[in-house]
Design a protein around this ligand. Structure first.
Ligand SMILES: Nc1ncnc2c1ncn2[C@@H]1O[C@H](COP(=O)(O)OP(=O)(O)OP(=O)(O)O)[C@@H](O)[C@H]1O
Length: 613
């Protein structure tokens, strides 16, 4: 796991991420990677060749001055005195053109390659996120981590060019180093030593920057949230009524200002130390320069040598500096890669065992909750505890209970969105965990109270219930009829092809109850053995809910079903009713039996009935 504060060793240990990073680039496109490397390799040789030809030009010019050439240019050209000079100049020109061409070429290859890499990584990120548990998504730390990882897919594009650039610079440095070795070897050492402080400073501040970004991830997520709250269709209505815009803007301003201040302080310190430390590097360069000048004056070096050496040193200094700061940037970028890779390392816990069993078809006995206990992560309250009951194959069971009693949690456990912390759930006598997860989910159709409103066409909104049949219009129409969504669709201008939801231009919005009918139709898309309606009917008018449930009961004749509703008029249709309180079963029986018992059920039923009298 990446941490907020890192010591030097930890910072460099992040470099281990470079290898898998390069391996991924390689597997993104082998041919482009090879092209990028070859172009860089060639470009690496240009600087020394250019400088050396420059030296030859000066030496030749000085030689010509010494031997004396005629004033007449045409004559000089004709008798060949200028041949060498012209050849060198021509070469230098060709090099300059080629250098420019290769620069553009490598920019192009890099951008194509990194775009491909970014897309591939985004897809991997989505794929991995899709395997994670619901519990992972509910964890704020994971949300932070996902956010950081997401930023990385965009932010790491430059890392590739930088790494390749580093390799190129390194080769150029070696060529310069080899050239200079002959003249003044210890000056190279002097340059390297003088640059070291700047390098350490850079890498220190890069790590600080990373820590700052890391520590501020929750706030940055909050900023993103505030920005959305203030500007989305979904929130606009309430935000306007309560006049919350100012409140959101103020909060945004306050948070962003704090982040900005922290950032600015760091940037200022960085600028101060950066200037100071790089002045040391400059000093090293001028000492070297003075030395070469002195040797030239003494007659050890020619004027051409002087320009070559001075140029080499200047370039060498720039290159070393950019190599070192680049290296510290790469090291800090490698830290960011840690965010990406640590996200990929998160493993889901709810998975199918090897050789998992298929779900029995048909289900013979049904489900048994055997002393089940479940606690949400980070909560010390048990949402369910000592919960025992049976859901018989083919029965329609209704769950009632006050808010927070644990009804939805029970359903989530049944669909294995979570596993129980205590006790076990069996299906036909075998622990749910022994069954194939995909098969289990395929056999359970659940519509939750907070079902998703897809801003897509009406047909797609229903079709998502069985993705494989997304384009099977007759099946969709059939499901719509069963869920009573056909009347809703009939009222849409473009019928099943009408985009619903306000987010997109051609979309029309539906009423809460209409949305629910669409969602219920979604449940009918799936020919699941177990059907669960977790209160997706709250916004339906009384008649509609009654009809939905009546039809649901009829249509789930051969199915096992669970109904959750706060409306007792609907609940009483169930074969059996389970009253949940504080995470366990308080009573169970048919409507008549429960009324007879006169407990909480009878009390709540009377309360509701009285309301209608
Ligand atoms: N994702 C979650 N993380 C932490 N606690 C949760 C989560 N979801 C529910 N809880 C808690 O678990 C308990 C049971 O919640 P559950 O949603 O199962 O109740 P419910 O009976 O479906 O309520 P309602 O009638 O309001 O839909 C509640 O105390 C709730 O606060």
């Amino acid at each position: 796991m990446p941490q907020a504060q890192l010591n030097l060793r930890e910072r460099f240990s992040a470099m281990r991420n470079i290898r898998p990073f390069l391996a991924e680039i390689w597997s993104t496109s082998k041919s482009l990677t090879i092209a990028a490397v070859i172009i860089r390799l060639l470009r690496a040789l240009f600087p020394i060749i250019t400088l050396y030809i420059g030296k030859l030009i000066i030496d030749e010019a000085i030689r010509l001055v010494g031997v004396g050439v005629t004033d007449d240019l045409m004559l000089a050209l004709q008798n060949g005195a200028l041949n060498d000079l012209l050849l060198f100049l021509g070469l230098e020109f060709a090099l300059a053109v080629a250098n420019d061409l290769f620069g553009r070429l490598s920019g192009y290859v890099d951008s194509v390659l990194s775009e491909m890499f970014t897309n591939a990584t985004s897809v991997r990120l989505m794929e991995h996120a899709s395997t994670l548990d619901l519990e992972d998504f509910e964890n704020a730390d994971l949300q932070d981590q996902l956010e950081r990882a997401r930023r990385q897919t965009m932010g790491r594009m430059s890392l590739m060019s930088q790494l390749f650039g580093q390799a190129q610079d390194l080769i150029t440095i070696l060529t310069f180093g080899a050239g200079l070795l002959a003249y003044a070897p210890w000056l190279i050492v002097l340059l390297a030593v003088a640059l070291l402080p700047a390098f350490i400073g850079e890498s220190h501040f890069n790590a600080q920057n990373y820590s700052l970004n890391f520590q501020w991830t929750p706030e940055r997520r909050q900023l993103e949230y505030l920005r959305q709250m203030g500007s989305s269709v979904e929130t606009a209505k309430e935000v306007k009524i309560f006049n919350l815009n100012r409140f959101f803007i103020e909060r945004f301003r306050f948070l962003s200002q704090k982040f900005f201040d922290a950032n600015r302080k760091l940037a200022a310190r960085r600028a101060f130390w950066g200037t100071l430390l790089s002045a040391l590097g400059t000093l090293g360069y001028y000492i070297a320069y003075a030395y070469i000048a002195w040797r030239t004056v003494r007659g050890d070096f020619s004027i051409g040598d002087l320009t070559f050496l001075a140029g080499s040193f200047r370039r060498l200094r720039q290159l070393l500096e950019s190599l070192l700061t680049g290296f510290s940037q790469v090291a800090s970028q490698a830290l960011y890669l840690d965010d990406l890779y640590s996200f990929f390392r998160i493993q889901p816990e709810i998975i199918s065992k090897p050789n998992a069993l298929p779900v029995p078809s048909p289900i013979r006995q049904g489900f048994v909750f055997d002393d089940v206990g479940f606690r949400y992560e980070g909560s010390d309250r048990w949402a369910l505890r000592h919960l025992s009951f049976e859901l018989h194959a083919g029965e329609v069971l209704a769950l009632v209970g006050e808010n927070g009693a644990g009804k939805t949690t029970l359903v989530k456990l049944l669909a294995r969105l979570y596993d129980p912390d205590e006790g076990r759930i069996t299906l036909d006598g075998i622990d749910l965990r022994e069954y194939d997860l995909d098969d289990l989910r395929a056999n359970i159709g659940v519509i939750f109270q907070d079902f998703v409103r897809y801003h897509m066409t009406a047909a797609e909104n229903i079709g998502v219930g069985q993705v494989e049949d997304m384009t099977n219009r007759s099946r969709i129409e059939d499901a719509a009829r069963r869920g009573m969504a056909d009347q809703v669709v009939a009222g849409l201008e473009r019928g099943y092809d009408q985009v619903i939801g306000r987010r997109f231009k051609e979309g029309v919005d539906l009423s809460g109850g209409q949305w629910q009918k669409i969602a219920i139709a979604r449940a009918y898309m799936r020919d699941a053995q177990v059907m669960i309606l977790d209160e997706p009917t709250a916004a339906l008018d009384a008649r509609s809910e009654f009809e939905v449930f009546e039809r649901f009961k009829e249509l789930s004749d051969d199915k096992t079903a669970i109904l959750i509703s706060h409306r007792f008029s609907s609940v009483r249709m169930a074969d059996r009713i389970l009253v949940l309180a504080d995470g366990k079963v308080e009573a169970s029986g048919t409507h008549a039996e429960l009324m007879e018992q006169g407990g909480r059920y009878a009390e709540l039923f009377e309360l509701q009935a009285a309301g209608y009298r």
